[in-house]
Design a binder for this molecule. Structure first.
Ligand code: AMP
Length: 212
């Protein structure tokens, strides 16, 4: 599957969020979209997990929170994201996965981007029914042995998503940024839907081959 190329008319920035419940496939799709647009994928969950695995100070602070499926405090999370987005490879764009996750983080991201004269180009919403998310997460728990994929923690994470994260989509919808994608289907089908929907908004990748 090769997404449409934009050739010389390539957009000058690609600042995306990908939002969806745990188990929606947003991590996998996010990697493909980021590669195609030539921007880094910044997944806060991955960064936190790497710190836990590496035994860093940050990792020690967040380990218990992550294992319970609760949210790391906004101040800590937003600082981490600001530091990451200030790196040179994110100057032309980025794809944020797993951040912002609540209204406070939306405000933090707005303040950061506004201060740099930047703005988001699109928010990709991956829609997956609750039952489908749960069955995918349960399967992943078996395959990857993630400590935050137990039945109880999965339920907590989905409840937090519905209560705190889903409402941020309304904020971005009001700004006309949300691209809603049906997340049920094969990996390739969903990827194709994402690229088509972005292209329909004039957002075509600079490196389409990267996602092929
Ligand atoms: P994820 O892989 O995105 O589901 O993230 C795994 C865990 O990392 C979450 O359950 C939270 O404990 C923590 N985490 C990731 N992103 C954030 C965020 N934006 N705000 C607070 N906690 C987060």
């Amino acid at each position: 599957m090769t997404p449409p190329a934009n050739g010389d008319a390539a957009i000058s920035s690609a600042r995306f969020l990908i939002v969806g419940p745990q188990g929606s496939g947003k991590g996998t799709q996010g990697v493909l979209v980021a590669a195609a647009f030539g921007v880094p994928q910044v997944a806060t969950g991955d960064i936190f997990r790497a710190n836990v695995a590496g035994g860093t100070e940050l990792g020690k602070r967040v380990q218990v929170i992550i294992e319970a499926g609760d949210l790391v405090p906004d101040a800590l999370t937003s600082e981490l994201v600001r530091d990451r987005l200030a790196q040179a490879d994110a100057a032309e764009g980025f794809l944020l996965d797993g951040y912002p996750r609540n209204r406070g983080q939306v405000d933090d991201l707005d303040a950061f981007l506004t201060g740099r004269g930047e703005a988001l180009d699109a928010v990709i919403e991956l829609e997956v029914p609750r039952d489908e998310s749960i069955s995918r997460l349960t399967q992943r728990a078996v395959e990857q042995g993630r400590t935050d994929d137990t039945e109880e923690v999965i339920a907590n994470r989905l409840a937090i998503y519905e209560r705190e994260t889903a409402p941020i989509l309304d904020v971005y919808r009001e700004r006309g940024l949300v691209v809603r994608i049906d997340g049920v289907g094969t990996l390739a089908e969903v990827t194709e839907r994402i690229f088509e929907a972005l292209a329909a908004r004039g957002l075509a990748p600079r490196h389409p081959g990267a996602a092929a």
